[in-house]
Structure formats: C-alpha cells, structure tokens
Design a protein around this ligand. Structure first.
Ligand code: NAD
Length: 360
C-alpha cells in the first residue's frame, strides 16, 4: 500500500499495552481478560498485522456497549468425547475464550497424542496464528480453521460478484528444535478485511485485484467494503482460495455445531468466530529425531532457491512477522491518525482519556 495521507503516530509496545488495558478494564473485563485481549492486540501490531491489533478497539467497545459481547466469559463443554471436545464461547472476548480453549486442548493432546477442539459462538478471536504459536510453545503441531458469522458476508466466491463468504482464515503451526516455529496464517480473501479498513482509515488505495465494486468492476477504493453501494472482496488464489474459504466455513461453522454463512446467520450485527483446531503431538507420529531432521533439510532446500528479485528474499512462514516485530520493538508501533482518533473516541465513551499523540 502507498504512503498514508497523514503521518503515523509512533508508540512503544509497553506504553500501548498500559493504555489499552485500561480500556478493557473500563468496559468490565477482569484483570486476566484485559491482559489477554490487550497482549493479543498489541502483539498483532508488533507482528505487522495492524488489522488485528488495536484498530479493533472501537468495534469491541461498541459490541460490549450494545450487549453483543459479554466480558469475562469462560468456554464450557457442549460435547466431550475425550480427544474431541466441543466448547461454547458464550459470545465472550475471543482472545480470552480461545486462549483457554487452546490450553484445554494442549493438555488433552499431551495426554492422548491428539486433540480436536471445536470452539463455537466466540466473539472475534483475532489473529489465528496466535493460537498456532501457543500450541507450538507447548511442542504441538496444530491446524486451525475459522469461519465468521453474525454479519453480512464480504467475500465473493470465485467467478462471482456478490459476497457469499467471509474472510475465513486458516493457520498451521509447526515447532522446530533450535529454530523459530513455522507459522502459516492467512485469510482466504486476498487480504484480511481489517487491512481494507486500515487502508480506508489511512486514505490509501488497496492493491489492484483485491476488490470489486457494486457493479462487479475491479476497484482499488477500500470504501466499497464499508459504504453503500457495497462491493465485495475477492478470494486469494482464484478457485483454490475460494474453495478453501468454503471448506473453512464447513469445518469451523457446520462441524462445530455453529453456523455457516447464509442469510439466516448473518444479520445479528455481531462478529462471531467458530474455530476447529486439530492439535498433534508430533513425537507420537514419525519419531522426534526423524521429523525434526526432515524439517531442517526441507526448509533449507526451500530457502536455497535463488531469489527472482534480490529485494524479496525467500522466507519461511512466520519470518515476515518476526522481522516486523524486531523493527517495531526497536522503532515503535506506527498507528495512523484516523485509527488513533477513533480509539480515543471509543475510550472517551467509557471514561478513559487517552493522550492525543504517541510518546516516542
Ligand atoms: P497475509 O496475506 O499477510 O499472510 C500472512 C502469512 O503469509 C503469514 O503466515 C506470513 O508469515 C506469510 N508471509 C507473508 N509474506 C511472506 C513472504 N514474503 N514469504 C513467505 N511467507 C510470507 O495475511 P492476511 O491474509 O492478510 O491475514 C492477516 C491476519 O488476519 C492473520 O493473522 C489472520 O489470522 C487474520 N484474520 C482473522 C480473521 C478472524 O475472523 N479472526 C479473519 C481473517 C483474517
């Protein structure tokens, strides 16, 4: 994306955390929940996914004030078959509910070698790679399939011009010995919807090939996703991304006992996620030495290809996020002026006064 119309404001992650926590405390989250949601959002910013960082605060505050998200919910078992567990998130903050769901799954996968956690009816769970990373830290391989219900769809199927899907993300995490984990984490649309919102807030065009306007014509104007007459986002990878998006809807929506995207599940004006997570203890499949050795050889071979463009080195999944984190830890997190103004307004609405500018 090109440069924003107004200069960004820079924040140190620690300072941002301190400010953001006060907003979640003010809307009723207890201290552990406020910390979980805050850490998740600020880490998303540190990793460069501003769409899933603090820019979500105005939405979250509105959802709580309208009674559509309930602070301090805990996941409860709807069906328990040992290695297969279905949890209801009771429309609680997804970052807290899904964190606990993963902890339960991790304990079961350690005990049994595998766990399948079907989390339904959670509010927005945020950046899905966060849960793959949580599983990696516990030494587990994991796959996460997510769908969205409660709001109107925003992504057209391949060859279509009207929205019939959401941005249904997928994440896969693989721990590595002596190296950072492999974490692949993406929306099945060309970009996460929040990136279109961030582009709109920054007043910059979206790259070509991401959007269609209301007449089905290509556009780079982010407003078509938010303003009437609405257009649509496109899936990544043509028929492949479109098919994967639909299968995320099936796996996360239908299989968990939640809902898929259709007119009967889209009209509540609340952003709910369902997530099917498969966790595997890899030592109980191929044997630790073999699989770690193969990953080392395979990833080395993968990255040994000469680059077509020296400015674009061959990276492993998860590397771009870690590089952005190193930079933002050192230089600060940039927040565009519109996003910060909207966050300040949301905070003021719940009695929290945030400073006008950043502090570094
Ligand atoms: P993206 O297009 O930036 O892709 C990110 C993935 O691609 C990461 O795994 C990253 O490591 C890898 N990657 C990026 N550049 C690379 C390169 N040059 N070489 C190798 N690998 C590279 O992400 P996105 O699709 O815009 O999604 C952004 C975030 O939005 C994700 O964290 C996703 O989970 C989240 N999301 C959440 C929801 C929800 O409902 N909760 C919905 C959609 C997306």
């Amino acid at each position: 994306m090109t440069s924003p119309a107004q200069p960004d404001i820079l924040f140190a992650a620690e300072d941002l955390r301190a400010q953001v926590t006060t907003i979640f405390s003010a809307i009723g989250s207890d201290a552990p929940e406020a910390a979980l949601v805050t850490d998740h959002l600020v880490l998303a910013n540190l990793f460069g996914h501003d769409s899933h960082g603090i820019s979500l605060i105005p939405l979250y505050v509105r959802m709580v004030r309208e009674g559509k998200v309930e602070p301090n919910q805990r996941p409860t078992a709807a069906m328990d078959n040992g290695a297969l567990l279905t949890l209801d998130g009771h429309r609680g903050f997804g970052q807290a509910v899904a964190h606990e769901a993963m902890e339960i799954g991790i304990a079961r996968a350690r005990e049994r070698g595998v766990a399948i956690i079907a989390l339904r009816n959670s509010h927005h769970v945020g950046r899905i790679g966060h849960y793959a990373e949580q599983c990696c830290r516990a030494g587990l391989v994991s796959m996460h399939y997510v769908n969205v219900v409660g709001t109107a769809p925003v992504v057209a199927p391949f060859a279509g011009i009207k929205s019939r899907l959401h941005t249904n993300p997928v994440a896969i995490g693989v721990p590595r010995e002596g190296a950072d984990p492999l974490v692949l984490d993406f929306a099945t649309s060309r970009a996460a919807q929040g990136k279109i919102r961030v582009a709109m807030n920054r007043g910059v065009p979206v790259p070509p090939g991401f959007l269609l306007d209301a007449d089905g014509e290509p556009t780079t104007d982010a407003r078509v996703v938010y303003d009437e007459p609405v257009g649509t986002m496109l899936p990544f990878g043509e028929h492949k991304g479109s098919g994967l998006g639909l299968l995320c809807d099936v796996l996360a929506g239908a299989l968990t006992g939640g809902r898929m995207c259709h007119p009967g599940s889209s009209g509540d004006d609340v952003y709910l996620n369902n997530m099917l997570s498969v966790m595997i203890d890899p030592d109980r499949l191929g044997g630790r030495e073999t699989w770690q050795q193969e990953i080392a050889l395979g990833t080395q071979f993968f990255t040994s290809s000469p680059a077509r463009d020296p400015a674009m080195p061959i990276l492993l999944p998860g590397e771009p996020e870690r590089a952005t984190r190193a930079r933002r830890d050192a230089e600060g997190i940039p927040v565009d002026a519109t996003t910060w103004r909207l966050i300040r307004a949301a905070a003021a609405g719940v009695g929290v006064a945030l400073p006008e500018a950043g502090w570094r």
